[in-house]
Each structure stands twice: as C-alpha cells, then as structure tokens.
Write a protein that binds this ligand. Structure first.
Ligand code: DQA
Length: 142
C-alpha cells in the first residue's frame, strides 16, 4: 500500500529556503530517505509538491480513491489559511498526518492556527526532516 506525502507552497525550494529555519535537506533528500524506510515497512511513497491549493485538495481526494494507507501533509502556509484543505481532510476517510519542519507554535502568531491540524488525525512538528520520518512510522501502524 501507498502513503501519499503531499507538500504545499514553497516547499519545492527546500534546501535554499530559509535554511536556518527549514534546514539544508531538499524535498528530494527527504523523499529518498522516506523511500528507504518505506521499503523496510513494505510501503510505497507517492511524494508530491504543489504551490496551488486546489491541487492539494484534488490529491487528498485521490488518496482516498486510491485507497492510500495515509496522507502525510505539509500544507506550508495553507495550513494557516485553508478551510478548503480542512474540509477536504474531513471529506475523506483516509487518515491525514499533519507535518511541519519547524514548530509553528514557537513562531509568529499567524502560524498558531492550523486549519489542517483541526481536521488531521495528528500532528508532528519541529523536528526538521525527521518530522516526515516520524509521520511515516505512525502511518505504518494504521
Ligand atoms: C511549514 C510551516 C509553515 O508555517 C510555513 O508557512 C511553511 C513551512 C513547516 O514545514 O515548518 O511553509 O509548514
């Protein structure tokens, strides 16, 4: 079975984007490590990134249609703005794990609300690229 790993705006720039906050790993680096661990867990990883909110909505629906084991979702800034993503998570039975590289609660006030987190099964934040790996361990238990 497959775990969808969906990434939102500006996460395509990981590696060079504010590395003091988000680290030096690129999204491909993270994908590579997830794939290694997924192989051990007998899972497949479908890693995607979009800067467009509607693509993320479509992919959440697709995860259910595809009978994915879980979705690991780093919605980037849409986390804090998107009722559409909130509703899409609510609309599917597939469990969604919210992840963040940084810890939004330790940052600006505008990052303290998560419309994703209010609908997700759980949240892992603040551990850099390891947040994704921890989310995969959770997904393997579903
Ligand atoms: C982020 C945190 C968000 O607040 C921010 O808008 C991002 C990245 C993270 O992974 O730490 O784009 O989701």
């Amino acid at each position: 079975t497959t775990v969808f790993v969906l990434n939102g705006p500006s996460l395509n720039l990981l590696g060079t984007r504010e590395p003091e906050i988000y680290g030096h790993d690129t999204l491909d680096d993270i994908a590579g490590r997830l794939e290694d661990r997924a192989r051990e867990l007998d899972l497949n990883i479908d890693m995607r990134q979009s800067n467009h909110e509607g693509h993320l909505v479509d992919w959440l629906h697709e995860a259910q249609a595809y009978d994915a084991r879980a979705v690991i979702l780093n919605a980037g800034a849409f986390t804090h703005t998107s009722i559409a993503l909130h509703d899409a998570i609510k609309a599917i039975r597939t469990p969604v794990i919210e992840v963040h590289l940084s810890n939004p609660h330790a940052r600006e006030e505008f990052r303290h609300t998560s419309f994703v987190g209010r609908a997700a099964r759980g949240t892992i934040a603040g551990f850099g690229a390891l947040s994704y790996a921890l989310a995969l361990e959770a997904a393997a238990q579903f």
